[in-house]
Design a protein around this ligand. Structure first.
Ligand SMILES: [Mg+2]
Ligand SMILES: [Zn+2]
Length: 249
């Protein structure tokens, strides 16, 4: 069965309002693909329709997503090598708008971030804290409030349970925010973010910002969806919610 094409920017599902800034996006879905985890792309400058069944949209998130677990560097803010200086925190274009849309769709937002620079002695925990204060400040100016920021300060060889793709940070966020892990959507730019989503049974959205372009090239099948940035990720989540409500009818 072929799902109807649904240009998101023109007719937002569920009566949800889509930011006017997104109206140049077109997200279309058509049926007939065997590969039900096929990634698709949403782009402002490359409007396109990508083969994707509506059924396949529902598979990654069988239940209504409630919590977005966001990677930090290269996903929300510009990637810097071991970011230690609050003055170097810079939101990526579309980060504020995309997160604002997710928030308006009723989702809570939490950051899950690996900061091995602490274990390596390159950043102090205080610097991480200062960076996070600045990040919260910049996002608040965009009307976005984070429900939590969860940080792994360990190195890759410490065998901790919180360094992504280990599920510790996600588990802590879900527990503290009262959300089932499988109701989470993970958004990030690295393979570890996508692997985290797989381990907790949530959906994985790969953004092409930060290391996302490289990740998409090397691991094209690892994400449920591949999008340009957080603005486009918000549209995917909007569609997930819409397909979820269709499923319930
Ligand atoms: Mg990252
Ligand atoms: Zn850790």
């Amino acid at each position: 069965m072929h799902a109807p094409h649904a240009p998101l920017g023109e007719s937002p599902p569920n009566g949800a309002s889509v930011c006017a800034a997104y109206h140049s996006f077109r997200v279309c879905f058509s049926g007939g693909q065997k590969d039900d985890r096929k990634a698709f792309r949403v782009s402002a400058d490359r409007p396109l329709c990508h083969d994707l069944t509506l059924t396949s949209m529902m598979k990654p998130a069988r239940r209504r997503p409630r919590l977005v677990l966001l990677d930090r560097d290269g996903t929300i803010n510009v990637e810097r090598h071991y970011l230690a200086d609050a003055d170097q925190v810079e939101l990526l274009p579309q980060a504020g708008a995309g997160l604002r849309t997710m928030q308006r769709l009723g989702l809570r937002l939490a950051v899950v971030t690996n900061q091995s620079g602490v274990a390596r002695g390159l950043i102090t925990p205080q610097q991480v804290e200062t960076v996070h204060l600045r990040l919260r400040e910049l996002l608040l100016a965009e009307g976005v409030e984070l429900a939590g920021i969860y940080t792994c300060p360990h190195g890759p060889d410490e065998g901790c349970r919180c360094r992504k793709p280990q599920p510790g940070l996600a588990e802590a966020a879900a527990r503290e925010l009262g959300v089932d892990l499988t109701d989470c959507v993970v958004i990030g730019d690295k393979p570890g973010d996508l692997e985290l989503a797989r381990r907790i049974g949530g959906s994985a959205i790969l953004v092409r910002t930060g290391y996302g372009g490289t990740t998409a090239a090397l691991h094209p099948a690892a994400a449920d969806f591949i999008v340009e940035d957080l603005g486009a990720a918000a549209l995917v989540i909007d569609q997930l919610l819409a397909s979820d409500s269709l499923e319930g009818e």
